[in-house]
Design a protein. Structure first.
Lengths: 348, 290
């Protein structure tokens, strides 16, 4: 077992810079509390991890399956409000409410998919945009005793007793969720077919249907999975802040993660992660600096510039610079190799 | 009650059709969902405010500069930002959202978070069907109607209009016929933002200017454009009046919960899409049909 892992690492990870960077990144996440125990830093990294999950779930639904959802905050907010209502009215503990909230968000995703199934891209996006906006206003109109009205609900039990414990809990949930979503969307996987089918639906739905795939079922599945992980992120978010309000459904919340994903690189799980882990800390860093008032201006300017010169996203652009796919065996190689490391076919 | 509904619907419907026309035009011709459309509307309104109130220019000169300036900015934005990434739908979307947010931040930095007001061109008011209507509102209706007629004439009679419609029908064939697709799209974008500018200079004196004034119209315009069918000129005008009627109904029937007007409009859109997935007058191309 250990030997096999070592072998995988030696031949599967070390020769491919992208995978090596991913491993280094996860090791870095694990040792952050050793480097600094500051509450603020841990809190910041918790939020980034939550937004990374949220962004990756959008990429799975909209990037991979092509169901471009402009209202992903619906699932995030549904998860947040579900855990909030359960702990506020029934007094349940987070270990029960958070998974239940994710399941409820998956149900919301399934329900959303029903009217969305008939629609073509721009209409689908605008329909999904409508749902969270409706809910945001309706929640403000609902009596305060039920859902807190304008100010929302606050004061739930924390996820863990110490900040470090909370950090590890969220990091592990984030890592596992992203790995699951990566496996589900991996078109090359031999055991799980969903990745290939999601790609097929995005590229040509009619052709996918003609080959005997029940595209309706897989589109509903994509909505449910996207809803589940977005809801999980929303529930964790509610507990990290110990508060949740109608603004989680706002248009800004939906569009921010789309900006992260497109900035990092759409239709690539790592692109979403890179986008969140670059832009979120950047905005936070600018907050403490002398030009704090201009941080959103800088961020939007940066996004526009990056997309002009690398329309496929930063992470994809970098990966294409440091990796090259072997034309014969489709194995990834370091860009500066002359021959493929497995079949020694000449590269380029 | 009925009279109030009619007057409110006509007044709002004209504003919304001006806004929706520009948005629908650029989507219909270039398949570009320009989420910065109402940000251009806001920019023109702030331009008018800056020229008349801060610089003290005469109102006619300010109006011309604001509208032409916003139209020119639309041309530039298309030429230098959108044209290069037209093939990447997601990137276009994000660039327009980012642009809208950048414009909002600029307005917030430049003019502060307090609203500003502009003196209307026409000061008087009169009574129509028992409702008090400002002359400025009547001017809005007149100008909107004139602009729509002019736009229709341009699209159906001139060479420019023919090339715009040809590009909307089939960009590849249009470019085979010697039409420069990207130049046509640039001009269309300029017309679209110019229409937003016209709408802005008409309503800015009525409702004032504030840095978030682009958000609520954006929702409404998206609803209208979807309701009428993306890319359909007739659809967006009819959609604008339907949504204006819904808004007027909310304002007159439940005045205490008037802020729910966006919810009502969005609900109409959702029902519409469930019943008729391509909007009222939208057409789906063969390859887009499911």
């Amino acid at each position: 077992m250990l030997r096999r892992l070592l072998k995988d690492f030696r031949f599967g990870v070390l020769p491919v810079p992208g995978r090596l960077l991913a491993v280094i990144f996860f090791v870095f996440l694990l040792i952050i509390p050793v480097i600094t125990g500051a509450r603020y830093t841990l809190h910041l990294f918790n939020l980034i991890a939550i937004f990374a999950m949220f962004a990756v779930s959008w990429d799975l639904l909209s990037g991979y399956t092509g169901q471009v959802n402009f209202g992903h905050a619906l699932f995030f907010g549904a998860g947040g409000y579900a855990t909030a209502l359960l702990s506020h009215h029934l007094g349940w503990q987070p270990w029960a409410t958070v998974p239940l909230a994710a399941v409820i968000a998956a149900l919301v995703g399934t329900l959303t998919s029903l009217p969305a199934l008939r629609l073509r891209p721009p209409y689908l996006s605008l329909l999904t945009l409508a749902f969270p906006l409706i809910l945001e206003q309706v929640l403000k109109a609902v009596p305060k005793e039920i859902a807190g009205g304008h100010y929302g609900l606050r004061g739930f039990a924390p996820l863990a007793t110490s900040p470090v414990g909370e950090y590890y809990l969220i990091s592990i949930v984030m890592t596992v969720s992203i790995l699951i979503m990566w496996k589900l969307t991996d078109a090359g996987s031999k055991n799980i077919r969903t990745g290939l089918i999601f790609h097929a639906i995005r590229e040509d739905e009619i052709a996918a249907r003609a080959t005997g795939i029940n595209t309706i079922r897989y589109k509903i599945l994509a909505f449910a999975i996207g809803g589940f992980f977005a809801g999980l992120a929303g529930a964790l978010y509610a507990h990290v802040f110990s508060a949740v309000g109608p603004s989680v459904f706002s248009m800004v919340n939906s569009f921010t993660i789309i900006i992260y994903v497109v900035f990092g690189g759409i239709v690539s799980i790592y692109g979403a992660v890179v986008g969140v882990y670059t832009l979120y800390p950047l905005v936070e860093l600018l907050r403490g600096s002398a030009i704090a008032g201009y941080r959103f201006l800088i961020m939007t300017g940066l996004v526009i510039l990056v997309l002009l010169f690398m329309p496929e996203g930063v992470a994809v652009w970098i990966r294409d610079k440091i990796e090259r796919e072997c034309p014969r065996c489709k194995l990834s190689n370091v860009a500066w190799r002359k021959q493929c490391r497995a079949c020694s076919a000449p590269l380029r | 009650m009925i009279e109030q509904l009619i007057v409110l619907t006509v007044l709002r419907g004209c504003l919304y059709s001006l806004l929706a026309l520009g948005m629908s035009l650029i989507y219909g011709v270039g398949r570009i969902v320009n989420l910065a459309h109402t940000a251009f509307f806001m920019l023109a309104a702030f331009g008018l405010y800056y020229f008349t109130v801060r610089l003290g220019w005469p109102i006619s000169a300010s109006i011309v500069v604001a509208v032409v300036g916003v139209a020119a900015l639309g041309l530039l934005v298309y030429r230098y930002l959108l044209d290069r990434i037209r093939q990447h739908g997601a990137a276009v979307l994000i660039v327009t959202v980012a642009l809208a947010m950048a414009i909002q931040e600029l307005m917030l930095k430049g003019f502060g978070s307090l609203p500003g007001s502009i003196d209307p061109v026409l000061q008087g008011r009169r009574e129509i069907l028992g409702i008090i209507v400002y002359d400025q509102q009547l001017l809005t209706v007149g100008i909107a109607a004139a602009v729509i007629v002019i736009l229709w004439l341009v699209l159906s009679k001139t060479k420019l209009g023919i090339s715009i419609r040809a590009t909307a029908d089939d960009p590849e064939v249009a470019s085979l016929m010697g039409i420069s697709v990207s130049r046509t799209l640039m001009v269309t974008m300029g017309i679209g933002t110019g229409l937003a500018g016209v709408a802005a200079v008409l309503v800015a004196p009525l409702q004032g200017v504030i840095y978030y004034m682009w958000l609520a119209p954006l929702t409404m315009v998206l609803v209208i454009v979807v309701l009428g069918g993306l890319g359909s000129i007739k659809g967006s005008i009819i959609g604008a009046f339907i949504i204006a009627l819904v808004e007027a109904l909310v304002f007159t029937l439940i005045p205490t919960m008037a802020y729910l007007y966006t919810v009502a409009a969005l609900a109409v859109m959702v029902v519409m899409l469930v019943v008729k997935p391509a909007g009222l007058f939208g057409t789906l191309f063969e390859e887009e049909r499911l």
